[in-house]
Design a protein. Structure first.
Length: 156
């Protein structure tokens, strides 16, 4: 009942109750203006019974409507869920740090060997050494020329 009727028809029942109240007010107002004689109370009784039935239906609907959860309880649940997620992320972060440390410590010797091997391979090739020496000599000559030109400009 609370999942089908109240969810589907709660607004309809509320609207009917207000409509019944409007009819009752109109009929009583018309009687007060003397358009309905006091000797014929059946119309007023019908309006009163109609409004009573609509209010009873509205009360029945509200009785089976699920109670809404309070906002402070919802916020507390959200805070708890966020706190749990943060704790989990913190644990994962610590575990990843441990794994990284273990990898670096366990592989540091292997990394040193690979670096030494790469450097010795590079230096063992004459083309690499000649290219590097030529580049360094070129840089030194350019610096010397640049500083000489600047020195000449300052003297003039």
């Amino acid at each position: 009942m609370s999942h089908h009727f109240t969810e589907g028809y709660a607004n309809t029942v509320t609207g009917l109750a207000y409509f019944g109240a409007a009819i009752l007010i109109i009929i009583i107002g018309v009687r007060g203006l003397k358009f309905i004689p006091a000797t014929r109370p059946s119309l007023i009784l019908g309006a009163i019974f109609l409004e009573g039935a609509m209010l009873a239906l509205m009360a029945f609907t509200l009785l089976y409507t699920q109670e809404e959860e309070r906002m402070d309880r919802m916020l507390k649940k959200m805070e708890d869920a966020n706190r749990n997620q943060l704790d989990t992320l913190e644990d994962v972060s610590k575990d990843m740090h441990k794994v990284a440390v273990a990898l670096v410590e366990g592989n540091s010797e292997m990394i040193k060997q690979k670096v030494n091997q790469a450097v010795s391979d590079y230096l063992s090739d004459e083309k690499n050494i000649q290219g590097e020496l030529a580049r360094e000599i070129g840089d030194i000559v350019l610096k010397a020329i640049g500083s000489g030109v600047i020195s000449q400009a300052k003297k003039n």
